[in-house]
Each structure stands twice: as structure tokens, then as C-alpha cells.
Design a protein around this ligand. Sequence first.
Ligand code: NAD
Length: 456
Amino acid sequence: MRVTVIGSGYVGLVTGACLSDLGFKVVCLDKDEDKVKMLQAGEVPIYEPGLKELLSRNHAEGRIRFTTDAQLAIDHGDILFIAVGTPAQEDGSADLAHVLSVAAMVGRNLKDFKLIVNKSTVPVGTADRVRAAVKHELTQRGMSSEMFDVVSNPEFLKEGAAIDDFMRPDRIVVGIDDGIHHEKSQRMMGDLYASFNRHHSRTVWMDVRSAELTKYAANAMLATRISFMNEIANLADALGADVDQIRRGIGADNRIGYSFLYAGCGYGGSCFPKDTQALVSTAQAHGQLMSVVNATEQVNERQKTLLVDRLVKRLGDDLTGRKIAVWGLAFKPNTDDMREAPSRVVIKSLLERGAHVTAYDPVAGHEAMVALKLDCAGQEALLNNFNLVAHDMDALHGVDALMVLTEWKNFHNPDFQAMKLSMRTPYILDGRNLYNPDALADLGIAYQGIGRRNEL
Ligand code: NAD
């Protein structure tokens, strides 16, 4: 079986790289010529640990190729993955323009049977729309409209650990509908993922609509855990309790578990914000309430402004002449993805109040500049007060405060004495609860974590 992956972003590239590493011959198609040229030259447009090595090894061994040639790509694969973006629209619903344009493109190029596998995160009913778009093109060409099937195979990888997640999945969700190709599609998907099912079956088979909704339900559940802990943390601050102790206390309950119980300055990324919004929007369209998920989003929006609110309470609303350091820009460690990163909200808000911001991130500096330029469109002068530095300690000279916004490993154990000497006032706002409040108090550093018995 040969595989084509349409869309060479985080999901498409990881899928292509991992399947080629499992021995499949893979073609990755993207419409972005610059991206494809980079990939052909052995460069990787995104930062994802292990991805570059995996791609270059399989590229050198002839198992993976990159192209903008749609006909070549469609001819190549028995299985065609759709892994293009589904960004949020103004009203929160998912924009399916890329998915449906890929479906039409497949229909225009199809010559024999193909299994179309939708990996993009899409609202329930999208597989039907993909099916209709392909059929429409086939009918236009006077060809049989039964030459394909559409299945759903949502992706659960986490950026920063994507290769490991793909290669060692907790589960693989595959949605297939009853129809003339049911058995064939199930066999092909079974063969595709056989390597992951050798020890025990990790594939959860279901119908297409349930598979589509499973992805949203999973992300909404994870986002809800985070917002729930953020609310508990804020209450803990008001009551003089410590959310980290509470986390351990509830996580030890098997029914709850430890994952996704970390309070912080809000979640971001390309998935949680957009997928929770899309779920709410789908529910609304069907006359259903999604109160829990709605509240999850509201809490997250508030949480992103929490650190600036605290800083303002201490230093005043007018931050003109103040210098603030920021450690960590990406929405989480081990990625350069800046989509919906809380740092964007924090930095813009600091700049609007007149502060000078000096920021450091191990890999996301370039992407952060692109994102901040977008955020400050029409207020470009704000960026005159923003600069990036190449080392974490360089950000601290003469600053009034340090905000830690991403839990990169190298922020875990900094030299606090040197930091204190470098800063104008030793004041740390720890948006990821990396540090021990008591230890910092002993060092004479003012500290505010999230729900850590802060003096607010
Ligand atoms: P991305 O924006 O990084 O990549 C999408 C790619 O598709 C881009 O390279 C773009 O040029 C390409 N593309 C768009 N239209 C095309 C077309 N007509 N033909 C060929 N290429 C086209 O997106 P991503 O982060 O990889 O996400 C893809 C999907 O997977 C989304 O639905 C997302 O919600 C979902 N998802 C993402 C993650 C994640 O962590 N990023 C995890 C799970 C699921």
C-alpha cells in the first residue's frame, strides 16, 4: 500500500515521516511551493523534536517525497490522507475551505479506487461533504462515483512530542460507515496501522460521525481540566491555599489521575482554542447548550490576562519606563508554534501600557515576531518597545519583573542569585508554577505563581 498525505504542516509532516519510517512509500503534497522546496532541500519548516532526522533518513532512503503536483500525488497513494488546516472562522465554526478544496482536487484527479482518510479536525458531517465534493467532480467527468470511500481518522498527537505520540499511540480512532466499500476500507486501515496493533489492538473502530465528534470531545475534556484547575488555583490564591498540593491530592485518585491538572496562565495552541469554539458552534447550530465548554473558554480568556493584572496591581496601570522580561513565547515547550499563545496577549497588553519588553525563547523567536506583527497591525510603533534576545539571562538586565510564560526545561533551574543581581527589582511572575515560592522568598525575590499562596 502506498500513502499520499495532503497538507505538509505539523500533522501532515509527522504522519508522512512516521508512515515512511514504517516502510510505506509516501508522497507529501502541499500547495505552498516554498515549503515544498524547503522540504525537498532537506529543511523542515517547523520545529518538532526528531522530525528533521526522521524526514532526512527516509528521504535519503527514497521512502518519502514532497511535491506540489496534485496529479502525481493522487496517482501515487492507495490511501490519501487529508491533513490540511481547519482554522476558526469569526463565528467560531471551523473553516472547511481547505478540506473541501482538497476533496474537489481529489475528485478532479481520481483514476482508480482510493481510500480518502480525513485526519484534519472537522465537525460532524464533514465526511459527507467531502464525499459529495468528490462525487460532484467525478460526475462532471462522467466517471463512476463509487471509486472511493471516505473514512475518519482524527489525529491526537501533541506538538513537542508528536513523533512519539504517532509511533506509540494510546489509541487510533477510525470511523468507517456502512457502504459498499466498508470491508475494503476496514482492511486497508487495519493494514496501515498493523504495526501499532501487534501487542494488543489499539484501534477503536466506530462510525464516521462518532469519530469526528470524538476528536472534539477529547480536546474539550483536556481544555476543561486545565480551566477547572485554573479556577481552583485562583480560588486557592484568594484563600491562601496551594494549588500544587491540591493537584497532588486530587491526582492520586485513580478516577481523576494526574494528567492535565497544571494551573497556569492559560492554554493556547492551534487546537484547544479553535476546537472548543468549533464544538460550541456546532452545538449552537443544533440547538444544544455546551455550557461546560463555553465556561472553559471564558476561564481561559480571563486566565491569559491574570499575570498582567497582577503586575499592574503592583506597578500601576501606566508602565511607561518600566522594563519587563518574558521567558517563553511558544504556547508550550518543544515547539515554535505561536498560534493562540498566551504570550501574545501578555506582550501586547504590556506594550499598550507603555512597558519595554525583552523576550527570550529557545526556538520560537522568529515565529513570535511574525505573530506580534500581526497582533500589532495598525499599532506598529508598539513594537519599537519589544526586542528579542539570544540568551535567557540577557533578558533580565535592569528589568522590573520577569514573566515566565512557557515551561521550557532550561527555565526550571536558573541561577536565582545571578537573576536577582541582574534585575532592577527581583520580582518573578511565574505563569507555569516552575519555582518554589518558599525558596524564592528566602532569596528575597518577590514571587507570584498561579495559586501558590501568593501575596497578591
Ligand atoms: P498546518 O497549518 O500546520 O498545516 C496545514 C498545511 O496544509 C499547510 O502546509 C498548507 O499549506 C497545506 N494546505 C492547505 N490547503 C492545501 C491544499 N488545498 N492542498 C495542499 N496543501 C494544502 O496545520 P496542522 O497544525 O498540521 O493541522 C492540520 C489539521 O490537523 C487541523 O485540522 C488541525 O486541527 C488538526 N490537528 C492538529 C494538531 C496539531 O497539534 N497541530 C493535532 C491534531 C490535529
